[in-house]
Write a protein that binds this ligand. Structure first.
Ligand code: SF4
Length: 376
């Protein structure tokens, strides 16, 4: 009989998965089934995060833009190399094709990092907060039950959080937990305000004595501005996903007068980045922790206990079939085929089994120091 202590640390991604679909959560976290498929949108996001983190850390050493870009480029290349290395044993016909997809992802992620640094993220306006002697970039925090018994939910050995960046905005002298995101379509301010991740991270930061004013998301459109098509004697005036500055530079390149295309200035209103800022009252932070995180943590602990102590039961964890999550769910085919009562052995072969689900695997940037609860 297992004791009632879950075999992994509680993290935001597990709570988010449990809330969105219990069946998916059960497969991923209780059964440890992790998809080995390349998911370009998700992998692009990982590469972007690695590039931005490398750029921020490089900026602290030397703010020379060329040095910063080179460091970002090297970090993304290393990410791609390691993905390719792990494909080595495949040896099938798709190998070269997948390598090319990874190299394309590497290049487009690097270009996205460049655009972000050139236009959206002015590193000179930010000072990275030093936590426990290290810059708070891709910061892994771990709070064990032993060290924080008053804080860690019962049934869990600890809580862990992965924070993209904590930085002081120099012009306003305010400090923020910052999350970077790449998306095809940017989300609205309202959607960002209600992200569960942020109040949870604020609560953790508070408990560790890290002072922040609130949270910010930097959303970046993953695709670059489009280049307008040429027409006879000019440029197309169709509305496309681009900016006036890109459109104007294409006009100038062709010796065309931007004044003849003045109406395009307002027509090309696609937004390529958005900073969303949330100042959160203490009541909201406490309310989310007490009324969302703690009850969900208790439900997950029970679901884990049942999964290791009772016979597998496909209906025990509820499916959120038809929710917005089904469209890009890693367990979609397995979920449907199980519902149809089909043999799923060949589908299960596409998952690797992880005893501790490595969702949001930490970047190996620093080492955990047990007396402070922080990675250093
Ligand atoms: S496809 Fe939908 S219902 Fe099935 S596991 Fe995924 S999110 Fe849940």
């Amino acid at each position: 009989m297992q004791s009632m202590v879950v075999d992994r640390y509680l993290r935001y991604s597990e709570i988010a998965d449990y809330i969105s679909c219990q069946w998916r959560h059960d497969k991923k976290f209780n059964q440890g089934l992790i998809s080995t498929d390349l998911v370009p949108a998700r992998d692009f996001g990982s590469a972007f995060h690695i590039g931005i983190a490398a750029a921020i850390l490089a900026w602290i050493d030397d703010p020379d833009p060329k040095y910063v870009r080179t460091k970002a480029s090297i970090a993304i290349e290393q990410w791609a190399d390691s993905l390719i290395e792990n494909l080595d044993t495949m040896g099938d016909a798709a190998y070269n094709e997948i390598v090319q997809i990874i190299r394309d992802l590497q290049e487009s992620a690097y270009q996205c990092v460049r655009r972000t640094l050139n236009t959206f993220l002015k590193l000179e306006e930010w000072e990275t907060v030093i936590v426990n002697g290290v810059p708070a970039v891709e910061l892994e925090i771990l709070m064990s039950q032993e060290d924080y018994p008053d804080f860690v939910p019962p049934g869990w050995p600890g809580v862990t959080a992965h924070i993209d960046w904590i930085a002081r905005h120099i012009p306003t002298d305010t400090t923020w937990i910052i999350d970077h995101k790449t998306l095809k379509q940017l989300k609205t301010e309202e959607q960002e305000e209600l992200r569960l991740q942020f109040p949870m991270y604020q609560k953790i930061a508070q408990r560790l004595g890290i002072a922040v004013n609130g949270t910010k998301t930097l959303q970046v459109r993953s695709t670059p501005p489009s280049i307008p098509a040429e027409t006879k004697g000019g440029l197309s005036r169709a509305r496309i996903a681009t900016t006036w500055s890109v459109y104007k530079s294409e006009l100038i390149k062709r010796g065309l007068d931007p004044r003849d295309y003045a109406e395009m200035k307002t027509k090309l209103d696609v937004i390529f980045h958005r900073w969303s800022t949330t100042w959160r009252p203490q009541e909201e932070i406490d309310g989310v922790w007490n009324r969302v995180i703690l009850p969900v943590a208790a439900s997950i602990a029970r679901s884990w206990y049942d999964s290791v102590n009772f016979e597998p039961d496909d209906a025990a964890a509820q499916r959120s079939l038809g929710s917005i999550y089904c469209g890009f769910c890693d367990y979609r085919v397995l979920c449907i085929e199980t519902l149809r009562g089909h043999d799923t052995t060949h589908i299960l072969a596409k998952y690797r089994n992880a005893t501790v689900a490595p969702a949001d695997e930490p970047l190996d940037l620093r080492y955990f120091e047990s007396d402070t609860g922080l990675y250093t």
